[in-house]
Design a protein around this ligand. Structure first.
Ligand code: SF4
Ligand code: SF4
Length: 415
């Protein structure tokens, strides 16, 4: 039986050499004086909490779980995992109704897509926002992502499922809640690109929300159920059909690969390496000369790429930026390493709104100075934050690839 990689965070706080580099890199510390910072909330606090859980400090809820401290730590301390594990273990506050609504993306999506035009209209109205602000404490300045009238899954089954078997190579697609309920076009773009590269795209037997928002809102029982369900479907894809699983969301990818074992204590070691971001998968195919990409001759764009925090933790930003650099006519700037401040549901909460916007300000200012045609990013919540806080549209690199590729010529080249 495989050894379960359970809460590594609880085991390595002793590796801390007290250099405080993590505190320098934490985006919350300079803008929220209530937050003790990663060193104190993480390894220092863990020493006390292990003696007595009463030492748990509720200000740990201000941690974004962005993992920037872990990227910076020279000793490999899983600081953010320590903090999140402490929240999961010791918090006595049950999730508020607001938190349950924000975190239940599958439930909210399946209900809201049925009445999407009405819901989108109502969620954009000032009186609705004022009521949500006063009653639920969802900040009134927030712009909500629009819901689609038809889910991606229903579009897929009706329009493209039947001919996916006709390709020589195959992958499964973990589409995530955003593609399914809010922006099916990204899923359609992925299918256009992968089909042109000679790959059939299949859905998992049963996909549930990856659980990112459930974990950050301490709804751990539901997150574990979703994780078990998703891993069962991923195992079927990998072992029964030899199909790796790709995704378009850096947060979903990160959660399935790293938060399942580290925060939920669920072993995924047998399939972890078969789950990756679509840009990384495509980059490797191109590098290994297994596929060819033919681009439109007239495609031109000045693009600024924002690396999501979880993408930095994965170390995968390079794959998305290199894919974008392959497109002739693209002028690419990789934006400075900054958190956008939204951190999933964190920035929607009234008590966090100002901190969220203050964290994102350096990023918003750099985008305003650069004046790109649009911003590229692999995370949907960063997209919402940047689109709300700047004048720029944000596109996933896969959608940019779908626009820039000559899909017919690329299909011919990969036959
Ligand atoms: S995860 Fe992010 S917000 Fe939390 S302590 Fe680390 S750097 Fe700070
Ligand atoms: S960066 Fe790492 S080693 Fe340095 S204080 Fe933070 S946790 Fe400790």
């Amino acid at each position: 039986m495989k050894m379960q990689e359970k809460n590594i965070s609880e085991n390595n706080f002793e590796q801390c050499i007290k250099c405080t580099v993590c505190t320098v890199y934490c985006p919350v510390v300079p803008v929220n004086p209530l937050y003790p910072g990663p060193k104190q909330a993480g390894p220092d606090g863990e020493r006390l909490r292990l003696k007595k859980g009463l030492f748990f400090d509720n200000t740990l809820k201000y941690c974004l779980n962005c993992k920037r401290c872990e990227v910076a730590c020279p000793s490999g301390v899983r600081i953010a995992d320590i903090i999140q594990s402490a929240r999961i273990k010791y918090t006595t506050e049950p999730p508020k109704l607001r938190d349950m609504i924000l975190a239940s993306t599958d439930f909210m999506g399946s209900v809201t897509t049925k009445v999407a035009p009405v819901a989108n209209f109502a969620l954009g109205l000032k009186p609705t926002k004022a009521v949500m602000d006063a009653v639920l404490k969802v900040d009134k300045h927030r712009t909500f992502p629009k819901y689609a009238s038809k889910t991606f899954e229903s579009w897929y089954k009706k329009n493209v499922k039947a001919f996916q078997e006709s390709f020589n190579h195959h992958v499964s697609f973990f589409h995530g809640c955003y593609v399914n309920y809010n922006y099916p076009q990204l899923g359609k773009d992925l299918i256009s690109v992968m089909n042109a590269l000679g790959y059939g795209v299949h859905l998992l037997e049963k996909e549930k929300c990856c659980g990112t928002a459930l974990i950050s809102n301490c709804m751990i029982d539901q997150a574990k159920k979703n994780a078990v369900n998703n891993l069962e479907s991923i195992r079927k894809s990998v072992y029964e059909r030899q199909m790796p699983v790709i995704g378009t969301s850096s947060s979903c990818n990160f959660t399935i690969r790293d938060e399942y074992p580290h925060l939920l204590g669920i072993d995924n070691s047998d399939v972890r390496d078969y789950i990756e971001l679509a840009t990384r998968f495509i980059y490797r195919l191109v590098e290994e000369k297994k596929v060819k990409m033919v681009f439109k001759k007239d495609y031109k764009a000045k693009i600024a790429y924002h690396t999501p925090c979880h993408m930095e933790r994965l170390g995968w930003g390079i794959f998305s930026t290199e894919i974008l650099r392959m497109i002739p006519g693209v002028e690419l700037t990789v934006l400075d390493s900054n958190c956008c401040g939204i951190a999933g549901t964190y920035g929607f909460k009234k008590e966090n709104y100002e901190v969220s916007q203050a964290i994102g300000k350096p990023l918003f200012d750099q985008i305003a100075r650069l004046k790109p045609d649009f911003v590229a990013c692999d995370c949907e919540t960063c997209k919402w934050q940047i689109e709300m806080s700047t004048e720029k549209e944000v596109k996933n690199p896969i959608s940019i690839l779908a626009e820039a590729l000559d899909l017919i010529a690329t299909s011919e080249a990969n036959k």
